[in-house]
Design a protein around this ligand. Structure first.
Ligand SMILES: [Zn+2]
Ligand SMILES: [Zn+2]
Length: 347
């Protein structure tokens, strides 16, 4: 029997009777990170890393039983050894290593290898079986170094200042927004935030992570108060009356999907910045080679194509059908939508 297998509730370790990022309510869940498609509401007990816990607590509410563990610390459940290793995706995000009788599996959750300036740096973990996402598992996805992306963002911001426009940059409120803020130069101008972003900023700062100063957008501020500023907001903020006081404005989006033609138009933004918290094609392949895995199970995104590619390279590989297969084209938005639905469920 496989050490980890897919059940109707999600990825399951029968020997230890525990799930990893389950999508239905279970008794014991190991959680890779706080995004809504991985960390769902309603399990009896949660285990995540210490640094992932505050955001997960904020999202799931005070009643949920959430325990946490240090990166790298080993924990035994019925003979199975579990440990969490940095995934570099967002603050606290982990790959989960599972070892039983000398066999090692790693469930990676979401991950990226480039250090983003705030998330704990990705750690390559040797294993026999690697479970990987393939959100951007096609050669067309090739990321620029983040330094260059931020030069582009700063240049655009300065240009907007010369044009007398307020700069608005949309980003997912958990993870991407903090990564952007961490890399913005506050010398260029003031940084403003949507409440959903600032709520997370406060949690992350309280944990001891550094973010440059930001100002929450509130009802008392007037049009002129945003002069020379940049506003960081989830895309959902654009659809509300909230944006009116930023006129005249220039709107940008930061996402891996901005690498695809048409994505910018669909989102009706003026500028697209290709910035992803997932690995690109080259990094994906480098990680898989680096793990030394002889078997790779693929979820999310281009899993059919990518799994076939790995088989042609001589690896054992198959697709793990996750519940949201098919919707993954808009992974970052999916996370946001699920989060909002869960909020409703709780209320
Ligand atoms: Zn994620
Ligand atoms: Zn995800």
């Amino acid at each position: 029997m496989a050490l980890l297998q897919l059940t109707k509730n999600g990825l399951y370790c029968e020997q230890a009777d525990v799930y990893i990022d389950p999508w239905r309510k279970v008794d014991r869940a190991l959680i890779t990170h706080g995004h809504a498609d991985h960390s769902r509401w309603g399990h009896k007990a949660y285990l995540c890393t210490h640094s992932a816990k505050p955001v997960i607590r904020h999202r799931l509410g005070a009643k949920m039983k959430i325990q946490s563990i240090e990166f790298g610390q080993k924990m035994n459940m019925n003979g199975v050894s579990f440990s969490f290793h940095p995934a570099g995706h967002i603050v606290g995000s982990a790959q989960i290593r599972v070892e039983y009788k000398g066999e090692v599996w790693v469930a990676s959750g979401d991950y990226k290898t480039e250090y983003d300036g705030i998330s704990e740096a990705f750690e390559l973990v040797k294993c026999n079986t690697y479970i990987t996402e393939s959100t951007f598992g096609l050669p067309v996805y090739k990321w620029q170094p983040q330094k260059e992306v931020f030069e582009d963002i700063h240049n655009w911001w300065r240009q907007n200042q010369r044009d007398g426009k307020v700069t608005i940059l949309t980003a997912y409120s958990l993870g991407k927004a903090q990564r952007i803020i961490a890399n913005l130069d506050p010398e260029v101008g003031p940084i403003f935030t949507h409440g959903a972003v600032e709520d997370i900023n406060e949690i992350i700062r309280e944990q001891g992570f550094y973010l440059p100063p930001t100002t929450r957008v509130n009802k008392t501020q007037k049009k002129g108060d945003f002069k020379n500023g940049i506003v960081i907001t989830p895309a959902s903020g654009l659809g509300t009356a909230w944006v009116k006081k930023f006129e005249p404005k220039s709107v940008g989006a930061a996402s891996g999907w901005m690498a695809v033609r048409g994505a910018r138009r669909r989102r009706s933004v003026d500028r697209g910045f290709v910035l992803s918290d997932h690995v690109d094609w080259e990094s994906l392949n480098a990680v898989i080679e680096g793990t030394g895995a002889e078997q790779v199970l693929v979820t999310h995104g281009y899993s059919d194509i990518y799994s076939k590619y790995l088989r042609e390279k001589g690896l054992k590989s198959q697709v793990l059908e996750t519940q949201f297969e098919g919707e993954q084209q808009e992974e970052e938005e999916v996370e946001e939508i699920i989060g909002e639905n869960e909020k409703k469920e709780k209320e």
